[in-house]
Design a protein around this ligand. Structure first.
Ligand SMILES: *[C@@H]1O[C@H](CO)[C@@H](O)[C@H](O)[C@H]1NC(C)=O
Ligand SMILES: *[C@@H]1O[C@H](CO)[C@@H](O)[C@H](O)[C@H]1NC(C)=O
Ligand SMILES: *[C@@H]1O[C@H](CO)[C@@H](O)[C@H](O)[C@H]1NC(C)=O
Ligand SMILES: *[C@@H]1O[C@H](CO)[C@@H](O)[C@H](O)[C@H]1NC(C)=O
Ligand SMILES: *[C@@H]1O[C@H](CO)[C@@H](O)[C@H](O)[C@H]1NC(C)=O
Ligand SMILES: *[C@@H]1O[C@H](CO)[C@@H](O)[C@H](O)[C@H]1NC(C)=O
Ligand SMILES: *[C@@H]1O[C@H](CO)[C@@H](O)[C@H](O)[C@H]1NC(C)=O
Ligand SMILES: *[C@@H]1O[C@H](CO)[C@@H](O)[C@H](O)[C@H]1NC(C)=O
Ligand SMILES: *[C@@H]1O[C@H](CO)[C@@H](O)[C@H](O)[C@H]1NC(C)=O
Ligand SMILES: *[C@@H]1O[C@H](CO)[C@@H](O)[C@H](O)[C@H]1NC(C)=O
Ligand SMILES: *[C@@H]1O[C@H](CO)[C@@H](O)[C@H](O)[C@H]1NC(C)=O
Length: 484
């Protein structure tokens, strides 16, 4: 599908007057169009003593896309297919997802030449010390309700944990506060649409193609959110900081596709799916709890007072946060009766690892996660793959039943709870000293009454990995157990 050219092309005015070959500058994205190239259609590349990447992204689908040739021998003025020798003339291969890059030495500069195809195609070029088409991670979905979703960018700026040392072995406070966020965070925007909508389907997976479609707005049903429209930065775990978007106004029981676009990257993130719940689903989302940083899912708890439509630390009933920080403080006190950092109980793990694993587990069991039996109509399109999708670890809870967590009050309506993954419990068992007496149920016996068993790990005692799904939730919108 071709989109009108006028929507993409911001042809830099200098190109219109160009006679001689133009020089491309480092780290400047140049928007071009195959039908409006100067003659000859080639550019000078900068020289550098380090290897450089020449990255290309197509900004629309094309039956006959242009081809791109790089030479690091400046005696070629217009290298073409016949000159490719992989010694001084190379083709930049643009893959099926619409982007590609070449890397090599441009000690004396070089030439990028473009051989146009038979159809008009807008594209972007970037010369940089980095691969602007390298696969970035997937975004991450915390959870959904019937009309809301919590979506996080891929992680960046990982946080280094300073391992405390004996005799001043100070563990993070029970009422954890997040460290200072990075001063210069990566800039991401979020794009999402109904997975059934045709708008994103046939597009190249490039920043320029997806952004251009999103900026056409409501006509395409593709939404575009910048970091300014996010909830800010959040540190769920040590993978790093992420932008967090709280999305409202979604349609119940709908499968959505999301991408994140990172400034300076020509390739978009990989696509992620999430599925909203049925209209009757009434557990609110709980997130932004510094003492439970990984909690970002729906919890059986009375909703916050309007205008808030999800719980954060400031709307959560005070006795709930007080109870959790008190349990955490008491656990930390008991743990540090051990001379942490001196009396090592394991060559692999430390008191800090134990405290962190315990926090994740405590938060996952204190805040039960609401779930829902997946609608078979939303499941994978191929008939035989349906049988292969295992059912999630759901348990029905009657209205007003005493909650398992003991920390939350009874919930006024019936709901289904997604059990915590047994691996979240086993992680504590592995990271903590034996004298604490922390024990998880055995997979073969009682574990499946209170945990999701066999999804990540096989469920055979002590065996790590080999589970049915390998993960607690996948990138297609399936969720099997609550990893916390
Ligand atoms: C150059 O490398 C490409 C990709 O590795 C290969 O397909 C092509 O055949 C090579 N061409 C020559 C002339 O060696
Ligand atoms: C051109 O690229 C080739 C392959 O990367 C490299 O061996 C050669 O040194 C480069 N020449 C210059 C002048 O940078
Ligand atoms: C850039 O990254 C992509 C994806 O990770 C990879 O396929 C490609 O080969 C890389 N390009 C270069 C020139 O290394
Ligand atoms: C112990 O470590 C904490 C945090 O690392 C620090 O704030 C405190 O000043 C240290 N105390 C002593 C006595 O070194
Ligand atoms: C981040 O990206 C958005 C969307 O592309 C843009 O509007 C915004 O100005 C950028 N912010 C910064 C600080 O570069
Ligand atoms: C999403 O797509 C499905 C299937 O085409 C359609 O039934 C549904 O109405 C769409 N939802 C929205 C919000 O556009
Ligand atoms: C985002 O916020 C920053 C700082 O508040 C502001 O400078 C910038 O212009 C805003 N960008 C957009 C696209 O609104
Ligand atoms: C945790 O700390 C924050 C700020 O540091 C404070 O506002 C909050 O009341 C504390 N919570 C508890 C449960 O102590
Ligand atoms: C933590 O320990 C204190 C003192 O032993 C006790 O009063 C309190 O009830 C404990 N908190 C919890 C949540 O068990
Ligand atoms: C959502 O849609 C995608 C693409 O159509 C599909 O691969 C995925 O399985 C769907 N997810 C769920 C949970 O049905
Ligand atoms: C917190 O207070 C509410 C209402 O006052 C009560 O129903 C609930 O049991 C209390 N929870 C805890 C953990 O004390």
């Amino acid at each position: 599908m071709l989109l009108p050219i006028s929507l993409f092309v911001a042809l830099p005015s200098f190109l219109l007057f160009a006679q001689a070959q133009q020089q491309l500058s480092l780290d400047t994205v140049v928007d071009l169009d195959s039908s409006k190239l100067q003659s000859p259609p080639s550019f000078k590349l900068p020289s550098d003593s380090n290897p450089l990447y020449v990255s290309i992204a197509l900004c629309a689908n094309s039956d006959s896309p242009p081809r791109f040739f790089v030479s690091n021998d400046t005696t070629f003025t217009q290298p073409g297919p016949g000159d490719v020798d992989n010694v001084s003339v190379f083709e930049v291969i643009v893959g099926s997802e619409g982007f590609g890059s070449w890397t090599g030495m441009l000690a004396n500069g070089g030439i990028l030449s473009i051989q146009k195809g038979s159809t008009t195609t807008p594209f972007e070029v970037l010369v940089s010390a980095n691969n602007a088409t390298s696969e970035s991670d997937y975004p991450y979905v915390g959870d959904t309700t019937s009309n809301q979703a919590l979506v996080f960018s891929p992680p960046f700026s990982p946080v280094l944990i300073n391992e405390p040392s004996y005799p001043n072995y100070t563990l993070p406070s029970a009422n954890l506060s997040l460290p200072e966020p990075p001063s210069n965070p990566s800039n991401y925007s979020l794009v999402f649409a109904n997975s059934s909508s045709p708008a994103l389907k046939s597009l190249p997976r490039t920043t320029c193609a997806i952004r251009a479609t999103a900026l056409q707005g409501s006509r395409t049903g593709v939404e575009f959110l910048t970091t300014n429209q996010s909830q800010g930065l959040w540190l769920r775990d040590q993978d790093g900081w992420r932008w967090q978007w709280f999305i409202g106004g979604l349609t119940p029981r709908t499968n959505y596709t999301a991408y994140t676009l990172q400034n300076g990257m020509l390739a978009a993130s990989k696509p992620l799916n999430f599925v909203t719940k049925t209209a009757s689903f009434n557990c609110p989302l709980v997130h932004n709890l510094p003492f439970c940083p990984s909690v970002s899912y729906a919890v059986p708890l009375a909703p916050p007072r309007a205008p808030a439509s999800a719980h954060t630390a400031s709307t959560l009933p005070r006795n709930i946060s007080d109870t959790i920080t008190s349990i955490m403080a008491n656990f930390t006190t008991t743990l540090t009766t051990l001379a942490c950092g001196r009396d090592n109980y394991s060559p692999l793990v430390t008191c800090a690892d134990c405290q962190q694993a315990y926090r994740t587990w405590l938060c996952a069991v204190s805040f039960p996660r609401c779930g829902e039996t997946p609608a078979s109509s939303l499941l994978a399109t191929t008939p035989n793959s349906q049988a292969q999708v295992p059912l999630p670890a759901l348990q029905s809870v009657k209205a007003g039943a005493t909650p398992r967590s003991m920390i939350l009050p009874a919930f006024s309506s019936a709901y289904e709870t997604l059990l915590p993954c047994l691996e979240t419990c086993n992680a504590v068992d592995r990271a903590c000293p034996a004298f604490l007496g922390f024990k998880c149920p055995l997979p073969r016996f009682t574990a499946s009454r209170s945990y999701g068993v066999g999804y990540v790990d096989s469920g055979d005692d002590g065996e790590v990995g080999g589970g049915q799904t390998g993960v607690a939730q996948d990138v297609y919108g399936n969720v099997w157990c609550n990893a916390g």
